[in-house]
Design a protein around this ligand. Sequence first.
Ligand SMILES: Nc1ncnc2c1ncn2[C@@H]1O[C@H](COP(=O)(O)OP(=O)(O)OP(=O)(O)O)[C@@H](O)[C@H]1O
Ligand SMILES: [Mg+2]
Length: 241
Amino acid sequence: MTAFLDIRNASRHFGGLKALDDVTFSVEKGEIVSLIGPNGAGKTTLFNLLTGQLAPSHGSVSFMGRDIGRLRPHERARLGFGRTFQISKTLVSMSVLENAMIGAFLNDRSLPKAARHAAAALERVGLDGVAGKRSGDLTLGERRRLEVARALAMRPHLLLLDEVMAGLNQTEVQEIIALVHQLNAEGVTLIVIEHNLKVVRAFSRRVLVLNRGQLLAEGTAEAVLTDPAVVEAYVGGGASS
Ligand SMILES: Nc1ncnc2c1ncn2[C@@H]1O[C@H](COP(=O)(O)OP(=O)(O)OP(=O)(O)O)[C@@H](O)[C@H]1O
Ligand SMILES: [Mg+2]
């Protein structure tokens, strides 16, 4: 059977540094996969390879059986890739709605259509009440949700979330967990980079562990989080639990 997303022998070097080193895995439609690993493990680099922000030094990426290695980020977005960025891409002088529309424009040619999809995405994340506000005036939690809304405005089939819960309070974390489950129930496949292991357990699906650019472990949250090699990588890497 053809995998929904398939990444084979992917490596990415930055000079002498192997940020990703021969990583192979696949994701089935409808999964929520957590991607964890210490700081600098290569998680964001892997997202960049999947969405086309970076080209791999070696290896291939295919989506629904199609080799997408040569496609640009906007072309992958049109196929159904949506993502958030660890370093916020929010344009602070623009309104919340305008920022969400940036995502919508990848798939919508007309302004009213983009505005409609952006407004719907803002409603999904509970930001419809502040749509006209300047984005720079949002709280951190609201800004994270705006990142998610911009990705949702692209109406993705595959959504990649890069540490969207970092720095949020318990209530905000719970809201995003609920949203992730809701999106998944609607058919969206997700890969979630997350340092908070409680959140990883809350998703309780398949977990991939990257360490020094390599796939160190793969399995249920229960299995990988008690794997001595994973514990050692975390202790050595200093990631929080
Ligand atoms: N554009 C780049 N140029 C040079 N080195 C890079 C570049 N992007 C990432 N790196 C390096 O590649 C390694 C992996 O970085 P990456 O951002 O993928 O890690 P990460 O797992 O997302 O870490 P974090 O948990 O801190 O976000 C790091 O050593 C980083 O410094
Ligand atoms: Mg990162």
